[in-house]
Design a protein. Structure first.
Length: 130
């Protein structure tokens, strides 16, 4: 494990997974004890409900606004809001007229093919199913 200092300057590292656009900020081979992503959900989108069996997840809203539905309860999100989701928290996001941009951290690490479970159909690009 090494110190990482990087500046993302191209959109080439952005991956589309269902309505999510995610950019991994830590390469899988440098993961250590957590993963970190920049996440963007475009206007007028709704994500599928998901949860993690192992990972705790933290979101920090860096831009835009939207709605987080956490274990069935709605929470309005805007720039500066923070969410801490214990393992097992069922969550999904809904956007209105503007996009929602967030920093997303999982501990221990989670990737689209590891420790991501959906209550319904698994969106394209995700690997773990229950």
């Amino acid at each position: 494990m090494r110190i990482i200092h990087s500046k993302i300057e191209s959109e080439g590292a952005v991956e589309s997974l269902g309505p999510y656009k995610i950019e991994s900020l830590i390469a899988p081979d440098e993961e250590g004890r957590f993963t970190a992503y920049r996440v963007r959900i475009e206007p007028g989108q709704e994500t599928s409900e998901s949860y993690h069996k192992v990972a705790e997840e933290c979101y920090f809203v860096t831009g835009g606004s939207g709605l987080a539905v956490l274990d069935g309860k709605e929470h309005r999100l805007e720039t500066g809001d923070f969410l801490r989701l214990p393992p097992g928290t069922r969550h999904r996001f809904v956007t209105g007229e503007e996009a929602l941009e967030m920093l997303d951290i999982h501990s221990p690490g989670s990737r689209p093919d590891r420790d991501v479970y959906f209550t319904g159909e698994t969106p394209d690009g995700f690997g773990a199913v229950e």
